[in-house]
Every structure is written in structure tokens, then in C-alpha cells.
Ligand binder design. Structure first.
Ligand SMILES: Cc1cc2nc3c(=O)[nH]c(=O)nc-3n(C[C@H](O)[C@H](O)[C@H](O)COP(=O)(O)OP(=O)(O)OC[C@H]3O[C@@H](n4cnc5c(N)ncnc54)[C@H](O)[C@@H]3O)c2cc1C
Length: 450
């Protein structure tokens, strides 16, 4: 059933536009296609449209391009998505076209990992039966996999709590607590097992053998796509209203500017789209998905090392821990240089949400010093990236709760003059490849191809 709805929230965005003085209101710009969001999906769609006679404007809410692909220049670290499988077909095509050099990080990504549980440090992960990552993959090894990449949203029989699936494969409640540290979800006791089925299917059918990073960082890739565009992306254009009640669709931004177009493509994560006032026709499932879909929270705490302390205690640098720091790992794309980050997934991120940067720095360094006395005086704080609270994404990737995969078919359908691209609306791939897959689908929709 289709319903005309006006999703309205008293968001800062909404208030800003309602009280914008008339003098600030700028003339309405007209185009054929308006793309909302300058992450990889929006940029790739613009790149595809460049090869046609379609006129478009791309609006990005923040002051930079790339969205969740983010080279943070203030701390000289990659803080978002960057791992590309060598069989990410859409992306590899684009990377080739842009002539970007890639670095193969597969071998040193698999460097040994220690485990720290209940106050005990296990230098070899194979020595520990309490390894959070190992426990999860051992249980998943007993799970019957999907037979096709896009089967995941069509299997209500498999749509149960992820914790229940793992329990049925022999994990105890105590082991589930450990798995919750390593699983890439907010909470395995709240998320659907379907997310894990989809990830497994993507690994199986996508068949990537190698993991690649961009030489020069993800900014090189993002800048290279932007360079293919004949007109600049308009930045600092935080969209607050989408009105599809006329023969043209009108989009308004926080700075008072307005745009009219025949078609609008939203690549906005649903976490930020739900803050936009929308006058358009959604199905009930689309409306629920926009309002309710969750995104996984991730907080990274980046550190510098003054000395290779792991050479002194003969224990691998990377380790899983059952402390609030969860995972401490090498995140470098270089085979020799190490870059340390603590990587906290899901609900564990709340521990750091109310802390100041100074408090985070102190807590992190003290805790690592406690776990690894050889690190005393050898590490310093660089910066924190809190994706759950980052206003332009409010989460790292989409995560379906039980019952929600059944919304997916409707989520990706165009409604009125509005189309949906972005990582969350790809039926096959995951991550960056999903963003590219969805851009390709919307491109076909716009060109009236199947
Ligand atoms: C920490 C982390 C690690 C990851 N690791 C990997 C990995 O190794 N491999 C992998 O494949 N994937 C990974 N991902 C996922 C991958 O980065 C994303 O799937 C992909 O970048 C999403 O691209 P997108 O264009 O769909 O969305 P986004 O990049 O989120 O783009 C959406 C854009 O819309 C803008 N926007 C939001 N709201 C508004 C508004 N109201 N008005 C205007 N603009 C707005 C945002 O600023 C943003 O630029 C990771 C993600 C994170 C956070």
C-alpha cells in the first residue's frame, strides 16, 4: 500500500530552515537529476551520468567528499572504509578506469593476534579457547550457507536473533559475551542472523582472495572520481526538506538554498534521511525502514607509538581484549610501518561517548599499559573517530533487526520521483562494493534500463 507521508522531526536541520530569514533565501536552481550525498555511491553515480547527456547536481552536506571513506588529514589516518576485495567487480572496473594504484595488504593483515581475557594475556591466539573471533567463526563453520548472493532478504526462515543461531551451534552464554566483542554488530542478542548469512554469502560468492588498499589513501580514490566530474560537487549543502508534491521535486538545504529536479537520488544513510522533512509517497515498509533501521556503531581510538613495544614482550601487537577497548590492532597499509588503533564495535562504544578526548586518551593509554607493561611511555594519543555520533552518517553500516530484512525489497524501489542508492540498498554486495552496486542500479533506473 502506498501512503503519502510527511515525516517531520524537530531536528536542528528542520528548525534552521523554518526560521531562515527571507533575506538569506537564495534563488531556486533547476536540474534534471539531483544527487544527495557525496560518498562513493553519489560520486560514482555522477561519474556514470557524465557519460550521458543528463544534467545533474550533486549536493553534499559536509565540507568534504567521501562520506564513510575518510582520510582524516588532521591525524594522518584512514578512519573509514578502505578494504577492497580483488573481486569487487564494480569497484575494480572504476579503479582501473581511474588508473589508481592499489596495495595488496592480504598477507600482513593476517599477522598473528594475541588475546587478553579475564586479566590474562595469551600471546598466541591459537593457545586461547576464549578467542572472540575464533569462537564466532568456529560456530559459523557449522552453518549451512546461502545458495545465492541476493537470497538473504528472501529467507524469513533464517531470520532469527544472531545469538540464537550461535547458541544452536554450541556456544554458551559466556562464549556469546566474548563473540559480542568481535562481531561487527551493535549486539548479537538484538541483531538478525541474516546479517551474518549475507556477509558469509558475500565472502563465498564474491570470492575475493586478496584485500587491497588505495595507494595514497582513500582520498586519492575519492578525489580521482571527483576529478572526472565536469562541475564541482556543492558542499556544505545539508538537505533538510524533500518535497515531491509538485511536478518537479524540490530539495531545500540548511543554508537556505533550494533546488528543483525531475528526479532526486538519495544516497543518504537512513540514519540521516530520517531527519529530513519529506513530502513524498512511501510504502509502509519504506517508511518503517527509514525511521527504524539501525547502523552499527564503531569508535576508533588512534594511537602513535614511539617504540615497537611488542618487540620487547614478544607478543603480537594486535589483540582481542574483553576490556572496553575491545580490539587493539595494527591498521597500517604498509608492510613495515605499524599504525595502532583501538576498534570498538556496537554497544561498547557507549563507554566512551560521554568522555572528553583527554579522558579517552588517559583511559586508553593506562589500559594498554596495564595489559602490556612494555608499552609504558611508548604510546601517545592521536584522535578518536566516533562513527555512531558522526552527524553525517550516524553509524558505520546498516544492520537489520529480526523481521526487518522483509522490508528490503520495498526499501530499494523508487517512489514518486525519488530513487535510492547507497550501501544500505544493495541486494548483493556489502560495504564499498554495495555503494557502487546501488549506484549502478539507480543509473539503470534513470536511463530506463532494466
Ligand atoms: C570504520 C568503517 C570501516 C569500514 N570498512 C570497510 C571496508 O574495509 N570495506 C568495505 O567495503 N566497506 C567498509 N566500510 C563501509 C563503507 O565505507 C561504506 O559502505 C561506503 O563508504 C558507503 O558509501 P555510501 O556512498 O553509500 O554512503 P556514505 O559514504 O555515507 O555517503 C553518504 C553521504 O551523504 C552525506 N549526507 C548525509 N546526510 C546528508 C544530508 N542531510 N544532506 C546532504 N548530504 C548528506 C554524507 O556526508 C555522506 O558524504 C567501512 C565503514 C566504516 C565506517
Amino acid at each position: 500500500m502506498k501512503r503519502r507521508t510527511f515525516i517531520q522531526k524537530t531536528s536542528v536541520a528542520g528548525l534552521a530552515s523554518s526560521f531562515m530569514p527571507m533575506a538569506c533565501v537564495q534563488p531556486v536552481l533547476d536540474t534534471e537529476i539531483l544527487i544527495l550525498g557525496g560518498g562513493v555511491s553519489g560520486l560514482y553515480l555522477a561519474n556514470l551520468l557524465e557519460k550521458t547527456d543528463k544534467d545533474y547536481i550533486l549536493l553534499e552536506g559536509s565540507n568534504r567528499l567521501g562520506g564513510r571513506m575518510f582520510t582524516r588529514q588532521d591525524i594522518n589516518r584512514e578512519v573509514g572504509g578502505r578494504g577492497i576485495g580483488d573481486r569487487y567487480l564494480q569497484l575494480m572496473k572504476l579503479i582501473k578506469e581511474l588508473d589508481i594504484n592499489m596495495i595488496d595488504i592480504t598477507d600482513y593483515m593476517r599477522e598473528p593476534t594475541a588475546v587478553y581475557v579475564d586479566g590474562k594475556l595469551y600471546p598466541q591466539w591459537s593457545e586461547s579457547t576464549t578467542n572472540p573471533s575464533r569462537l564466532q567463526f568456529k560456530a559459523l563453520g557449522k552453518v549451512k550457507q546461502l545458495t545465492a548472493l541476493d537470497e538473504w532478504y528472501q529467507r524469513p526462515d533464517l531470520d532469527e536473533l544472531y545469538s540464537e543461531l550461535l547458541k544452536s551451534k554450541g556456544l554458551t552464554e559466556q562464549e556469546l559475551n566474548l563473540v559480542n566483542i568481535s562481531a561487527n554488530y551493535n549486539d548479537i542478542r538484538e541483531t538478525s542472523a541474516i546479517n551474518a548469512y549475507h556477509s558469509m554469502a558475500f565472502r563465498k560468492f564474491n570470492g575475493s582472495k586478496r584485500v587491497l588498499n588505495f595507494e595514497g589513501g582513500t582520498k586519492t580514490f575519492i578525489d580521482a572520481i571527483a576529478d572526472t566530474l565536469s562541475k564541482p560537487v556543492l558542499k556544505n549543502k545539508m538537505v533538510n526538506t524533500i518535497d515531491d508534491s509538485d511536478n518537479k521535486i524540490t530539495v531545500r538545504c540548511n543554508d537556505g538554498s533550494s533546488y528543483k529536479a525531475k528526479k532526486v537520488v538519495s544516497t543518504l544513510p537512513f540514519t540521516t534521511l530520517r531527519d529530513v522533512k519529506m513530502n513524498t509517497t512511501f510504502t509502509a515498509n519504506q517508511e518503517k525502514a527509514i525511521k527504524e533501521l539501525q547502523y552499527t556503531a564503531i569508535t576508533q581510538i588512534h594511537l602513535n607509538h614511539k617504540e615497537a613495544f611488542w618487540e620487547h614482550d614478544k607478543t603480537p601487537l594486535s589483540m582481542w581484549t574483553d576490556t572496553p577497548l575491545e580490539r587493539i590492532m595494527n591498521v597500517s597499509s604498509d608492510p613495515v610501518e605499524k599504525e595502532i588503533a583501538c576498534w570498538i564495535n556496537g554497544k561498547g562504544t557507549a563507554f566512551f561517548d560521554t568522555m572528553s578526548e583527554t579522558e579517552i586518551a588517559k583511559y586508553t593509554i593506562d589500559k594498554i599499559n596495564e595489559i602490556r607493561p612494555s608499552s609504558v611511555g611508548k604510546i601517545e594519543y592521536l584522535g578518536t573517530q566516533n562513527w555512531g555520533k558522526y552527524p553525517f552518517n550516524k553509524g558505520a553500516y546498516v544492520e537489520f533487526g529480526v523481521g526487518q530484512p522483509s522490508w528490503f525489497k520495498d526499501m530499494i524501489r523508487p517512489t514518486g520521483n525519488m530513487h535510492f542508492a547507497g550501501e544500505h540498498v544493495a541486494s548483493k554486495s556489502r560495504g564499498i562494493e554495495a555503494a557502487a552496486e546501488s549506484a549502478q542500479r539507480v543509473f539503470s533506473e534513470l536511463m530506463n534500463k532494466k
